[in-house]
Write a protein that binds this ligand. Structure first.
Ligand SMILES: Cc1cc2nc3c(=O)[nH]c(=O)nc-3n(C[C@H](O)[C@H](O)[C@H](O)COP(=O)(O)O)c2cc1C
Length: 163
């Protein structure tokens, strides 16, 4: 698990190869098994593989143009009336990314929470108004070799007992 977490990278270039349905289901399964406040599981996962919808989605997301080249993306929506929606859906998003990494599927998280494109994306995907977008993740195989960006050191982030 440590190796998977350590080797995960945000990847923004993808090969056209499709992801097996079984692997896609495993990724979504990992999302739905995430912890959530009061176990309310406020999430809904919209899987986008249609060429036209992928292209429209990529146009809406200024920082996610690569969505167009990823064979599949998953948009995570959560119940607008649940205050833990952004936290729960972020946990689900990370679970999916970690599962994908374990399956050798590359991914990149695209910001979705309360961004200018959040509502346009909801409408594009015909998601009812009681849900709000939290994240979009582009998934696909990739041969890109990406080194780890600068990360804060373990020593610099930890505090024992008191800050
Ligand atoms: C909440 C969140 C939003 C992000 N939004 C974007 C985005 O819109 N576009 C993008 O290319 N990367 C996005 N990323 C990926 C980050 O840029 C990336 O995680 C960071 O640069 C560290 O690189 P690493 O994931 O390879 O460790 C996002 C990550 C998170 C957690």
């Amino acid at each position: 698990m440590y190796e998977i977490i350590k080797n995960r990278r945000s990847v923004r270039t993808f090969l056209p190869d499709k992801i097996d349905r079984e692997d896609l289901y495993k990724i979504i399964d990992a999302g739905r098994l995430a912890p959530s406040a009061n176990n309310l599981q406020p999430w809904e996962f919209v899987v986008i593989s249609d060429d036209k919808i992928r292209a429209s989605l990529s146009e809406l997301c200024r920082w996610g143009r690569f969505i167009k080249s990823a064979p599949v993306s998953i948009a995570v929506f959560g119940d607008k009336n649940n205050p833990s929606t952004p936290l729960d859906c972020a946990a689900a998003t990370e679970n999916m990314i970690i599962m994908a990494t374990a399956l050798k599927i590359a991914s990149c998280w695209v910001a979705g929470y309360r961004k200018p494109h959040s509502e346009p994306v909801r409408k594009l995907l015909e998601v009812p108004g009681r849900y709000e977008l939290v994240s979009i993740v582009a998934f696909g195989y990739s041969d890109a070799e990406i080194s780890m960006p600068a990360k804060r050191s373990l020593e610099s982030v930890m505090h024992f007992n008191k800050f």
